[in-house]
Design a binder for this molecule. Structure first.
Ligand code: ADP
Ligand code: F6P
Length: 541
């Protein structure tokens, strides 16, 4: 492992552009109020940029007609960067956000093409809204700035900005998975999307799996693009432009989560939750209410656990927290009914005096309440059917300051391979395997739990959101023009500074090995014996 610390300095400002701002304006009878947006993008970016100057352009999550500027100004004052809103009409919300983004791209990119509604009108409005975001950004940016566009809602913005004459470097990060060519090619508008993405200078993916899929799509569907292979970064040339393609697994602000989790108020709240919930083992699921999160499958696995291990009845309790999400979309309405029916069926089958097996919470929790649940839990159950990364898994580890909890994570989340070192990794479609994992976690010894969680917390701490930002900025090919790289962290005169340790154990590099050779997998899966030895080496028994 080399241990070079590099410092990246942007001469101008960083302009983050995403569909959603980190705050959302919610209307209520007396007016409107500001809430924290849920979702991994908003949580991670807000934490990563909170103390950096810059601009964040996005939608405030509300329909037009709302007087939102004073509310956004107030939210900006709590941060170092400025929030600038892009307003969407009712029609755009329906056809761009709910329609193209979440009824086509979201299910397709999560390998669920049968859930797609390929309405051609959605495509029209998607192009129009991308031009709108591109225009607002073009009016804001100077050539010294760095424009960083996030996620699948805005894949066409680079061409819109280039047409508007923007010369500032532009990067794009996809927070969700990228599908294989067999799935992607079902999209009627696949070519313009690929071509437009190649107008960015850097394109980042969560995992090597996604990056490899994207390059395979280029090779099959856009043969005029010349791919120059490389690990971990690939370069692609098209029409005189060069694009760097890399893997940058996103992280969380570990120190902030760990610090807040240790506060006495959170500790008291967490003890109160445990006191009020009967049973010895508290299992926690926290998700947006989304069909990709595998919530019905998780409930069925929990039901199987109770059927197969009757001795656990009365002793194990599942708390499933869901944030309402995309409620206008039919698939999401059905999901809510399905989840609520399953919860009531399980409770109907197993509840005893003094014990309710599933506690179901359907609302957005404040940070303190969320942390209290993370701390109270014995098992974090994170079993999406497919997920770009899944930050809940990382937040759970960061909040486990007393190293008591066990993480069970899906192999189909970006976080699965990355956290393989200490988590129990499961296939969420295999209810029997998940039930067994829950049972194993419930009876796991204190020492093994501690050793596993210690490893997990090291990984989550090391691969944090600050490092993610630093590694993405350093991938900019126009570094000489816009970014100066220095060898030491001593010159802190610049606006944007992120230290980034180059490290051969970066998950991106590790995942290449996983993808290339199945034999490499055991390196990342810590066996129980090894965990016990680690504990002994640290003088713990
Ligand atoms: P996604 O981006 O698909 O929603 P992630 O797991 O990456 O999935 O991110 C979810 C984010 O939303 C996390 O930061 C988590 O803390 C937050 N979140 C999820 N459920 C809730 C909830 N009920 N209340 C508040 N925040 C939540
Ligand atoms: O992290 C993935 C993501 O899709 C974000 O892009 C999005 O903001 C978030 O999940 C939540 O979804 P929504 O913005 O539709 O509420």
């Amino acid at each position: 492992m080399t241990d070079i610390v590099a410092v990246t300095e942007i001469k101008g400002r960083v302009i983050n552009v995403s569909n959603r701002l980190p705050v959302l304006i919610r209307k209520h009878a007396g007016g409107a109020r500001v809430e924290r947006s849920s979702g991994g993008l908003a949580t991670a970016l807000d934490a990563g940029w909170r103390h950096q100057r810059g601009i964040w352009i996005g939608w405030a999550g509300t329909s037009p007609g709302q007087h939102i500027e004073p509310l956004l100004l107030k939210a900006s004052q709590a941060r170092s960067y400025t929030l600038r809103s892009v307003s969407l009409t009712e029609d755009e919300i329906a056809k761009f956000y709910s329609g193209f983004a979440n009824e086509i791209i979201w299910p397709l990119f999560h390998d669920m093409p049968s859930r797609c509604n390929f309405d051609p009108e959605y495509w029209e409005i998607y192009q129009r809204v991308n031009r709108k975001f591109g225009k607002v950004t073009a009016e804001t940016a100077t050539p010294d700035d760095f424009i960083w566009v996030h996620d699948y809602h805005l894949m066409l913005t680079a061409s819109a900005m280039r047409q508007a004459g923007v010369s500032a470097p532009m990067g794009f990060f996809l927070h969700i998975p990228f599908p294989s060519p067999d799935v992607f090619e079902k999209l009627p508008w696949k070519k313009p999307i690929l071509k437009s993405l190649l107008e960015f200078d850097v394109i980042g993916f969560q995992s090597d799996h996604d990056r490899v899929n994207f390059v395979a799509c280029l090779e099959r569907l856009l043969p005029e693009a010349k791919v120059e292979p490389g690990i971990p970064r690939v370069q692609v040339r098209l029409e005189g432009r060069r694009t760097v393609i890399g893997t940058f697994p996103i992280g969380i602000d570990f120190d902030e989560f760990a610090r807040q989790a240790a506060e006495s108020g959170i500790e008291a709240h967490s003890s109160e939750i445990r006191r009020r919930l009967s049973g010895d083992t508290l299992v926690l699921g926290v998700d947006r209410l989304d069909y990709t999160k595998g919530i019905p499958e998780r409930l069925k696995s929990f039901r199987l656990l109770l059927r197969r291990f009757p001795e656990q009845r009365g002793h194990i309790t599942l708390v499933q927290v869901v944030v309402p999400s995309r409620e206008e979309i039919p698939n999401y309405k059905h999901l809510r009914r399905e989840v609520e029916l399953l919860v009531s069926q399980i409770n109907g089958e197993f509840t005893e005096p003094g014990w309710v097996p599933v506690h179901y919470i359907h609302r957005n929790l404040g940070r303190e309440e969320l942390l209290a649940y993370y701390r109270a839990a014995d098992i974090g159950l994170v079993t999406p059917l497919k997920d770009g990364m899944n930050l809940v898994a990382k937040e759970f580890c960061a909040a486990q300051i007393d190293e008591r909890g066990v993480l069970i994570v899906s192999e189909f989340a970006g976080a699965g391979p990355e956290l393989r070192c200490g988590a129990i990794v499961v296939n969420p479609n295999d209810f029997s395997e998940v039930a067994q994992a829950l049972h194993d976690a419930a009876i796991m010894g204190v020492e093994e739990k501690r050793n596993r969680m210690r490893l997990l917390r090291e990984v989550v701490k090391e691969h944090n959101v600050q490092r993610w930002i630093g590694s993405f900025l350093q991938a900019m090919p126009t570094a000489e023009a816009v970014i100066s790289k220095r060898g030491a962290a001593s010159d802190l005169g610049s606006q944007y500074i992120f230290s980034h340790r180059r490290d051969e154990t970066m998950p991106g590099v590790a995942l290449v090995a996983t993808a290339l050779s199945p034999d490499a997998r055991p390196r990342y899966q810590m066996g129980r014996e090894k965990l016990r030895m680690l504990g002994r080496a640290a003088g713990e028994d």
